[in-house]
Design a protein around this ligand. Structure first.
Ligand SMILES: Cc1ncc(COP(=O)(O)O)c(C=O)c1O
Length: 482
């Protein structure tokens, strides 16, 4: 394995790149952070970037690009139809996954839109390890529903299991026996399961699910948006693959799935998306939807500059030193938290470090949105913008009742190759302070609640004036520090 060991034995996330362009950051005083949070309706999506010190909302479209990606952007061939850039990207994807066809789309959810239009029928059920917000919303929009069949360990916050994102084969069999082939729109396996702590899936699981779907003639789709981190875990946690080339792993995935789709805001570190298949039939079922919803088949709503960057980014996903960066930084921050007794999802996964708001804010009821409250408190305490991944991110049940999330998490995402170790130490320090003062964190209540994807635009208010008390304690403990 190509890792660098330290003489001291210390585990340090070593950057295998150098920084050649930087962006100035702004850290507001705590009083102004409190005001900004209030103006944003206690919803971190509504904060202005200028008010954010460390933006850990997501890794989507905000990853650091390489010099080779920027250089490639200059070569983009801008034309409505038949752009040379498209063929370059198509070739890159064929090289990486070994699949025949590439359907471009402007981002991951646009791929999901096309998949839902093509394969979801009224009353059908999509089986998946775990839903992603946009996936579920789009399937529901098309009249279908989602059933989650992740391993039980996937829903346990602390575990030592290596592949908590795996589909439970027993649950898949049971769902098939209960629903029957006709009712199942497809089986979807999400790499690096976003909503349950960036937990990976194993190649073994992909093989098993593929074999099951082939035997029972079910459509098998892999969501590869978070594949880069997942590939790292396959290499380091699945012994069979320790010495296997990354490209051999991605090509095997390409053979095992009927369809692979991805958000290229994540995979490939650019901005766009795509659907891959080797099936003539599936390709023709989806093809007309691209010009209808996205743009012509050779750009699909993407800028050709981004497509050039994406092609290079896809090849760079096959470089172990590129894909290891997020997981080793996530682990470094998780380890800092664990050393201070702060509850986090274990084992550390990809995408980001996930604080367990259920335990962090155990004095609050779930009805007061523990993870949302923690997201607001973390911004006030540190200027760090995380993302609530809990009940606020759920849709209400059809009867309007609250659907409580299995986990209440605050995700501190690591955009790839963006943050440094001293910033990790700063976050650990401020969250440690917040943990010591967690009793000061109060609840939230909706004042504006949109019916769909409410976490994007919803506005809330704090209950009982707790943010003033938090700011006063910050000042008492930190003096005039930012
Ligand atoms: C697993 C997964 N699937 C799909 C999507 C949707 O991608 P996009 O944000 O590009 O629409 C995301 C985005 O975060 C994701 O994490």
């Amino acid at each position: 394995m190509e890792t660098v060991k330290f003489f001291s034995g210390e585990q340090v996330p070593l950057e295998m790149h150098k920084v050649r362009m930087v962006q100035r950051l702004n850290l507001l005083p705590v009083e102004e952070r409190k005001k900004a949070m209030e103006e944003a309706g206690y919803n971190t999506f509504l904060l202005k970037n200028r008010d954010v010190f460390l933006d850990m909302l997501t890794d989507s479209g905000v990853n650091a690009m390489s010099d080779r990606q920027y250089a490639a952007m200059m070569l983009a061939d801008d034309s409505y139809a038949g752009s040379e850039t498209f063929y370059k990207l198509e070739k890159a994807l064929q090289d990486v996954f070994g699949t025949k066809y590439f359907l471009p789309a402007h981002q991951g959810r646009a791929c999901e839109h096309i998949l839902s239009k093509a394969f979801v029928t009224q009353g059908s059920v999509a089986l998946m390890n775990f839903h992603f917000t946009t996936t579920k919303a789009l399937i529901t929009e098309s009249g279908g529903s989602v059933e989650e069949i992740v391993s039980d360990a996937g829903l346990e916050v602390t575990s030592s299991l290596d592949f908590k994102g795996n589909i439970d084969m027993g649950k898949l069999q049971e769902a098939f026996d209960r629903l029957g082939k006709e009712k199942i729109s497809f089986v979807r396996l999400e790499a690096g399961t976003n909503l349950i702590g960036g937990q990976p899936i194993s190649m073994q699981n992909i093989r098993e699910v593929s074999a099951f779907c082939r035997e029972h003639e079910l459509l098998f789709i892999i969501d590869a948006s978070l594949l880069a981190d997942n590939l790292y875990f396959v290499k380091v946690r699945e012994p069979e693959f320790a010495d296997v080339e990354l490209n051999d792993i991605t090509r095997e995935m390409g053979k095992l799935a009927d369809i692979i789709y991805f958000s290229a805001r994540k995979l490939g570190c650019a901005r766009g998306g795509g659907i891959l298949t080797s099936s003539d039939e599936l390709y023709s079922q989806m093809r007309t939807l691209v010009p209808l919803f996205e743009g012509f088949i050779t750009y699909g709503g993407m800028s050709v500059r981004e497509m050039e960057a994406m092609a290079i980014g896809m090849y760079e996903t096959l470089d172990f030193h590129v894909i290891e960066q997020t997981p080793i930084f996530v682990k470094a921050l998780s380890d800092e938290f664990l050393a201070r007794g702060i509850p986090v999802v274990t084992p550390a996964g990809g995408l980001g470090c996930h604080l367990d708001a259920t335990r962090f804010c155990e004095h609050l009821p779930q009805t007061q949105y523990q993870a949302g409250a923690l997201a607001s408190a973390a911004y006030i305490a540190a200027g760090v913008r995380g993302m609530e991944r809990g009940t606020l991110s759920e849709q209400r049940n059809p009867d309007g009742s609250e659907r409580f999330s299995n986990m209440e998490l605050l995700r501190l995402a690591f955009p790839k190759r963006v943050f440094t170790l001293s910033q990790v130490k700063y976050i650990a320090d401020r969250i440690d302070w917040l943990y010591q003062n967690r009793e000061l964190i109060g609840g939230l209540e909706f004042i504006e609640e949109p019916p769909i994807l409410r976490f994007f635009f919803g506005r809330l208010k704090e209950l009982g004036g707790w943010t003033d008390k938090l700011v006063a304690k910050f000042r008492a403990d930190f003096g005039d520090s930012l």
